[in-house]
Design a binder for this molecule. Structure first.
Ligand code: ATP
Length: 319
């Protein structure tokens, strides 16, 4: 393999730049040309492709977002769109592709591989919702953003007798809610993997107040219900003073943490190694601090498992 491509796709996440840097530098280290595809799969179909040099990825390791830009493309979900992409790759003499993104992006990489173009997937999403890896690039940075917000809200919460509800990202996966809730000492964590009875939670809050508890923090993943809805039900059931904060896209931004930069560097470099070993159709990940790789189809087929022991612990510690 003499020329490889790299693209970022789906929602951006802090650390994607560090991953692109690793792909470029690792490729050049092995005398392979690396081409950047700008604007995800949409950019691929349009041939928005440029050769990247060592210096092209200088000064980006600390930046959030992705300098390659990301996009969502419906057209790329069709076989015609995918063929367009393959033609562009062939036109530029590229013979392997690293795709950094979430499970939707993996679907694209799987489709290209099935049509004879080798791709390797790198898990880049703040949601931590990809199977085949314990952690995704951007998750740790997002958690640190959320914990910063929780700590600040806790300061004001302890000055007033209020119930604070903080809505965090996570449509299908409760990882952000669980990890930040545990680290932030939240009284209640609402995750999409479990069924929740808000009225029951309100009852518990009342009991807490009777025991002298002055304030509470509830973390809700957006996939459960909106923070405002949780706030409305709790207000109705308890008449407590409730305040809702929806963190939204601040969770996507910011300079990546050390953990995310190191993870991105390791995963990006491993993806290049796999392509050079002739192993397309793989997805890289980290397990027990070791680099692992899976058949990308297998990685897509397996459900993402939230750490339920951690959830149990969070419940035990928030009595
Ligand atoms: P995030 O987890 O941040 O949402 P993602 O990678 O899952 O990231 P998606 O929007 O689901 O984000 O997917 C990104 C892009 O991947 C889509 O816009 C589309 O171009 C491509 N893609 C998604 N699903 C498929 C599919 N079934 N076949 C081919 N390409 C796909």
């Amino acid at each position: 393999m003499k020329k490889i491509g790299v693209l970022t796709s789906g929602g951006d996440s802090p650390g994607m730049n560090a991953a692109v840097r690793a792909v470029v530098r690792k490729g050049i280290y092995h005398n392979v040309e690396v081409h950047g595809i700008y604007g995800g799969y949409a950019g691929l179909m349009n041939g928005n492709i440029q050769k990247l040099e060592l210096g092209s990825v200088g000064d980006i390791i600390h930046r959030g977002g992705t300098f390659l830009q990301s996009a969502r493309s419906e057209e790329f979900k069709t076989r015609e769109g995918q063929q367009k992409g393959i033609q562009q790759l062939k036109k530029h003499g590229i013979d392997g592709l690293v795709v950094i993104g979430g499970d939707g992006s993996y679907m694209g990489a799987k489709a290209l591989t099935e049509q004879g173009f080798p791709c390797v997937g790198v898990p880049g999403t703040i949601d931590n919702d990809i199977s085949g890896t314990e952690f995704t690039i951007g998750f740790d940075t997002a958690l640190n953003t959320v914990i910063d917000a929780i700590d600040k809200i806790r300061d004001t919460a302890s000055s007033h007798e209020r119930t604070f509800i903080i809505e965090v990202m996570g449509r299908n996966a409760g990882d952000i809610a669980l990890w930040s809730g545990l680290a932030g000492g939240a009284e209640t964590i609402l995750i999409p993997e479990e069924k929740h009875d808000i009225k029951d939670i309100a009852l518990r809050l009342k009991k807490g107040q009777e025991r002298g508890k002055k304030h509470s923090i509830i973390i809700v993943a957006e996939g459960v219900m909106s923070g405002y809805e949780v706030g409305r039900i709790i207000k109705e059931e308890t008449d407590f003073d409730t305040r809702v904060t929806v963190l939204g896209h601040v969770q996507r931004g910011g300079s990546p943490t050390v953990k995310d930069r190191v993870l991105a560097s390791r995963l990006g470099a491993r993806a290049v190694e796999l392509l050079l070993e002739g192993k397309g159709g793989r997805a890289v990940g980290i397990e027990k601090n070791e680099m692992v790789d899976y058949d990308i189809i297998e990685a897509l087929g397996k459900p993402h498992n939230l750490d339920m022991n951690l959830y149990k612990l969070s419940k035990e510690l928030s009595i």
